[in-house]
Design a protein around this ligand. Structure first.
Ligand code: SAM
Length: 200
């Protein structure tokens, strides 16, 4: 049998299709949410790097109709048909990003989620540095807008900036977890940093 590290139609791909989910990545946020009891009904959530909307589908179910979810991405997100979900095409690295997000989603945020991922170049250091830059933006959203006791979840390509970032999270949150969800592809270098209970 040919060895392949990337299997486009693997178990989670098929499961996502069967369950009407837009992306196999939906199972990652589902696992993280379950393990750490992240979401509650009525919460306000910002999802960065949200296209095509797999995470959004799970989060919307978790927060229910009284919650409010905003998803942004460089790519347009096909409407999810939910009145309590706002999506927009935004570049999180743009100069006006924080003001644009504030206009779209004013007020405090209970959970900041980021599945942002740069286009990979194949050069490990470059890809890691770009991933780190995206996590920094997500963390800045949590710093500026995150509610005390709120949570933070962000994907990171594991690399040399990991420890410093984890230490920064430890200052900002009561507890920090590093997770590699089951649905992560075998060869992937990605992990999720989870900050629980933002300090006041
Ligand atoms: C792994 S995908 C997200 C999948 C999504 N969580 C889902 O479940 O459908 C990563 C996303 O990050 C987005 N992205 C990368 N750089 C970005 C940037 N500067 N601003 C906004 N989105 C960006 C990409 O367009 C891509 O859609």
């Amino acid at each position: 049998m040919t060895k392949r590290s990337y299997q486009p139609k693997d178990f989670y791909f098929r499961k996502a299709k069967d369950e009407g989910l837009r992306a196999r990545s939906a199972f990652k946020i589902e696992e993280i949410a379950r393990r750490f009891a992240i979401f509650k009904k009525g919460q306000t959530v910002v999802d960065l790097g949200a296209a095509p909307g797999g995470f959004l589908q799970i989060i919307l179910n978790e927060v229910g109709p009284t919650g409010h979810v905003t998803g942004v991405d460089l790519a347009a997100i096909r409407p999810l048909g939910r009145a309590n979900c706002v999506t927009a095409v935004l570049d999180v690295l743009g100069a006006d990003f924080h003001a644009q997000l504030e206009a779209l989603h004013p007020g405090p945020v209970d959970v900041v989620v980021s599945d942002l991922a740069p286009k990979t170049t194949g050069v490990k250091d470059v890809d890691e540095a770009r991933s780190l830059r995206l996590v920094d933006v997500a963390l800045e959203v949590a710093k500026r807008r995150g509610r005390p006791n709120g949570h933070f979840i962000a994907k990171l390509f594991m690399g040399s900036g990991f420890e410093a970032l984890r230490d920064e999270l430890k200052v900002l949150f009561g507890e920090v977890k590093v997770v590699r969800p089951e649905a992560t592809r075998g060869a992937s270098m990605e992990i999720y940093l989870v900050g629980l209970r933002k300090r006041a």
